[in-house]
Design a binder for this molecule. Structure first.
Ligand SMILES: [Zn+2]
Length: 99
């Protein structure tokens, strides 16, 4: 396990987040963040800073598992539509291309 350099200001607890699918805890930066926007739409938040309620998964496989178990819906308290999934996939692929 690689520890992140202590460049960020200490904010008490480290920004650990839990994958909603497998329950693994990881640094916020290492997880994929999904965010519920003000309109109720769910999208992938590549920056990890978008305002709104967030849910985290650690991998694409966990994203699929979270879809199947409806963990995203539960975490974000919003119904997830096919449109949302398409938007999330677009966001993920866009981020991969930029990287
Ligand atoms: Zn996971």
């Amino acid at each position: 396990m690689r520890k992140s350099a202590p460049t960020e200001k200490q904010q008490g607890m480290k920004r650990r987040r839990t994958c909603v699918a497998c329950g693994r805890q990881a640094d916020k930066a290492a997880l994929l963040r999904l965010v519920r926007t003000g309109t109720g739409a769910v999208c992938f938040d590549g920056s990890g800073t978008q305002a709104g309620r967030g849910a985290y998964v650690c991998s694409g496989a966990c994203l699929e598992a979270a879809y199947k178990a409806r963990r995203i819906e539960r975490a974000l308290r919003v119904p997830l539509t096919q449109e949302d999934r398409d938007r999330i996939a677009e966001g993920l692929f866009g981020a991969a291309l930029e990287a």
